[in-house]
Design a binder for this molecule. Structure first.
Ligand code: NDP
Ligand code: ZN
Length: 357
């Protein structure tokens, strides 16, 4: 079978591999829609999680079940499924404690394109199919469905972790697809005022549709100063971090009120200054004593999460298709899609590749 792979740090290409084997609890999936991710860019071009050789990329997919293991109860060949980016081992100690994304070690639930071949492939393997797959609702477009495995799950996690109360003020730093879902999530949780920080015009437009009340350009001056000025020096009740480099936490801490939560979605793949540490502001953090909470997370995966997010789409609570700015046809276009994610042209939020037989 053919796959689009990270050959080594900084290099991608098409490779041939054997079709994966299906264990008793597992499934083999044939993708019908794929989406390249900023995280693929961090992994390949920044070598963020270390070198990987000939590892097939991609972790955002919708597909058709091709084969199931002997112990799989709820899925059969031919089923159309949403596949979470994160596919935990649900019998792992971390999962049993409620941290399923970190099963088997840090980021261990993130198997595709991290610890095993990803989804940019003719066929790919899913562990614990009954716990990790979700049926794609009939009538849901592929373009909408393929935003669920990572963009909705991560962006909404940003809002959930931020502990947003009804009427709370929220700042979302970064409005690519992840931050836009953070805005939609903040709206769903009942935020009052929502600051959106970013510049791409297409993102600004969608941010307003998802509920942003104030748009801030980090290119027009210091982000923290602009938000503090707009809030009479008070700052905000919650901050969702979904863009920028490691220094973005300096802005986040400066604008966070006492008692607030800073919810980080960022994958700090590389960045300014020292590669191994991420700075926090001394004064903005009240010298380490500011009652400001930093909470971080890896996108939640698994079947129930996918089913709940699918309901958000099915019942019209948000429209993910507003984010799919580029739709390609044909598996080969995955390469172009990834390159777009790397370049981030002004008219891009998220590319989707539809696979045709
Ligand atoms: P994008 O690159 O599409 O968006 C980044 C956003 O950040 C853009 O709006 C950009 O502005 C903005 N930005 C850039 N610099 C600054 C700055 N200094 N201050 C404020 N905003 C800034 O990324 P994605 O939405 O695809 O992903 C966001 C992050 O989430 C990435 O690090 C990604 O790897 C990570 N991620 C994490 C996951 C997790 O499980 N935790 C899962 C998936 C993704 P502009 O409009 O000018 O481009
Ligand atoms: Zn992703």
């Amino acid at each position: 079978m053919k796959g689009f792979a990270m050959l080594k740090i900084g290099e991608v290409g098409w490779i041939e591999k054997d079709r994966p084997k299906c264990g008793p609890l597992d499934a083999i999936i044939r993708p019908t829609a794929l989406a390249p991710c900023t995280s693929d860019v961090h992994t390949v071009y920044e070598g963020a999680v270390g070198d990987r050789h000939n590892m097939i990329l991609g972790h955002e997919a919708v597909g058709i079940v091709d084969e199931v293991g002997s112990m799989v109860k709820d899925f059969k060949p031919g089923d159309e499924v949403i596949v979470p980016a994160i596919t935990p081992d649900w019998d792992n100690e971390a999962a049993l404690r409620g941290y399923s994304s970190q099963t088997g070690g840090a980021l261990g639930g993130w198997k595709f394109s991290n610890f095993k071949d990803g989804v940019f492939s003719d066929y790919f393997h899913v562990n614990m199919a009954d716990s990790n797959l979700a049926l794609k609702p009939e009538g849901m477009s592929l373009e909408a469905a393929v935003m669920i495995p990572d963009m909705l799950s991560t962006g909404f996690m940003g809002a959930e972790n931020a502990n947003i109360e009804i009427g709370a003020s929220v700042a979302v730093l970064g409005i690519g697809a992840v931050g836009l879902c953070g805005i939609a999530g903040a709206s769903l949780r009942g935020a009052g005022r929502i600051f959106a920080v970013g510049t791409r015009p297409i993102s600004v437009e969608v941010a307003k549709k998802y509920g942003a009340t104030d748009i801030i350009s980090y290119k027009d001056g210091d982000t923290a100063e602009q938000i503090l000025e707009a809030t009479d020096g008070e700052g905000v009740d919650a901050v969702i971090v979904s863009g920028g480099g490691p220094n973005i936490l300096i802005d986040a801490f400066k604008i966070a009120k006492a008692g607030s939560t800073i919810s980080n979605n960022n994958y700090f793949g590389s960045g300014e200054g020292d590669r191994d540490t991420i700075p926090l502001p001394r004064e903005g953090w009240a010298y380490g004593m500011g009652d400001k909470n930093l909470i971080t997370g890896l996108c939640p995966g698994g079947r129930v999460r996918m089913e709940q997010l699918a309901d958000i789409v099915t019942y019209g609570r948000m429209d993910p298709e507003l984010m799919t700015t580029h739709v390609f046809k044909g598996f080969d276009k995955v390469e172009e899609g990834l390159e777009l994610m790397r370049e981030k042209p002004k008219d891009l939020i998220k590319p989707v590749v539809l696979i045709e037989d």
